[in-house]
Design a protein. Structure first.
Length: 466
């Protein structure tokens, strides 16, 4: 095999695979529907990307070409049809990742929430302590500026994605399951089938399985040693003792684990959600055999993941934070974390719903979660891979939101609206293309910050991000 061609190369998982094959010396190229920051980075790294359906750009030599695709790509796309119909070797992204991890020590993080941060922190712990690992991550690590880490050893950390049952291609030595909630019902049909998929994943773990306490995971079919973890539940095998936030929202706690108590952990990324995820990552690292003090030190230097409670501006008068949350539980957790980071301040949330099916299935839950903000700016649904569903719109969420203030906008109206909007703490949420607004919003708020008072409310010894 000489060429690896990606259909849907701009996705976070696909781009990591593209980088992997480029690193291994293959000729790599691909298609995506729209340009993005990720595709621009791939092009800068020497990977050609195009944005029109061009079957003629697939390498002609079928025997030397692997075609990798994401199930988010429409089945009638010309490039995919050509690859399928003309005898190319064609693999889904998940199967490709499964093939890469065979024969390696696979450390996997599964769950409907928390898996990106937990897997990225796990990879950071192994890297920071000198053990090293390769890692395929579902987000961009702020420590390393990439979603792919490469190492000479045979340990690989992966985010085990439940979408399209992708994680069933993995056979981990150590795995964490962070949560099992209803999601991707367009794939699974109902919650019972989600639970069944996680049971099947658990059965494929060979060494140690660490499950969030209370998660409905049937452990009867796994040969792994099973532990539980929780943020603060003392009945779990791993949990945080006395977590408290400092002035900038970074949490400090002692970790109880089967070997004793690891004292005075400080989580480098702010918010209680990151603290909870650090318990899970510590459980993996300790089970792997990393020394406790090295685990503690690495958690303290973790900078987080782009678009996961990512602070872009932070002053006493004006702050902006962005998060990938696109499920009601994720929104509730992120908003609660922001309340800890910015106590007593007015929180304005901008949310772009992701997928018609998810909006249809969870509209009341979205409304309840978003009602915890002081003001909601709700945008139209980002369709991603889906066609519109009659009767399904952002209005389904909007009508039930009880926040003190709310407004429904088209995304094209957002920047003009913000230009005249009084703001204190602003947060953007969503998994669609709302990330395209991060830079213009940041620029707008930095300009506004210049006109605000600089003395009042600023604390000595505290560094503010301006």
């Amino acid at each position: 095999m000489k060429n690896v061609y990606f259909i849907g190369i701009g996705g976070i998982g696909m781009s990591a695979l593209a980088r992997y094959f480029k690193f291994k010396g293959y000729e790599v190229a691909g298609y995506d529907r729209t340009p993005s920051e990720l595709t621009a980075q791939l092009e800068a790294e020497g990977i050609p990307v195009h944005y029109e359906d061009r079957p003629d750009l697939i390498p002609a030599d079928k025997q030397e070409t692997l075609v990798v695709y994401t199930p988010a790509i429409p089945s009638d796309l010309g490039e995919l049809r050509k690859a399928m119909d003309e005898g190319y070797r064609v693999l889904k992204r998940s199967r490709t990742l499964g093939e890469i991890t065979k024969g390696q020590r696979c450390l996997a993080v599964a769950g409907t929430h928390g898996k990106t941060t937990t897997s990225t922190l796990t990879a950071h712990i192994l890297t920071e302590c000198g053990e090293g690992c390769s890692a395929f991550l579902g987000g961009i690590s702020r420590n390393y500026g990439t979603n792919l880490l490469m190492s000479q050893n045979n340990t690989v950390v992966v985010e085990a994605d439940e979408f399209d049952r992708s994680f069933l291609q993995l056979y981990p030595e150590i795995a964490v399951i962070t949560s099992v909630e209803a999601d991707h019902l367009d794939i699974y049909g109902d919650y019972a089938h989600v639970v069944e998929a996680f049971r099947a994943f658990a059965s494929q773990v060979s060494g140690t399985l660490i499950v969030k306490k209370g998660a409905p995971v049937d452990q009867s079919h796994t040969k792994a040693k099973v532990y539980t973890y929780h943020y603060t539940d003392s009945q779990a095998d791993f949990y945080a003792i006395g977590p408290k936030a400092d002035a900038l929202g970074h949490f400090h706690y002692d970790l109880r684990y089967p070997g004793g108590i690891l004292k005075d952990i400080r989580v480098g990324a702010p918010g209680w959600v990151n603290a909870e995820n650090s318990v899970a990552a510590a459980a993996i690292a300790l089970s792997y055999g990393i020394a406790p003090e090295k685990v503690k030190a690495a958690i303290g230097t973790f900078e987080g993941v782009k678009r996961r409670l990512e602070v872009h501006l932070n002053t006493p008068h004006l702050s902006y934070i962005d998060d990938y949350a696109h499920h009601p539980t994720e929104l509730s957790s992120a908003i609660a974390s922001m309340r800890d980071i910015f106590p007593g301040r007015k929180l304005t949330a901008i949310f772009q719903p992701h997928l018609y099916t998810r909006t249809r299935d969870f509209a009341p839950e979205f409304a309840k979660a978003l009602s915890a903000a002081d003001k909601l700016i709700l945008l139209d649904i980002y369709p991603a891979r889906e066609e519109p569903i009659p009767g399904v719109s952002a209005q389904m969420i909007f009508k039930d939101v009880t926040a003190p203030e709310k407004v429904l906008l088209k995304k094209e109206e957002l920047m003009d609206y913000l230009a005249d909007e009084p703001l204190d703490v602003l947060a953007t949420f969503g998994a669609g293309n709302i990330d395209r607004f991060i830079e213009p919003i940041t620029d707008l708020l930095i300009e506004r910050q210049k006109s605000l008072p600089r003395g009042e409310g600023f604390r000595e010894g505290v560094t503010y991000d301006i």
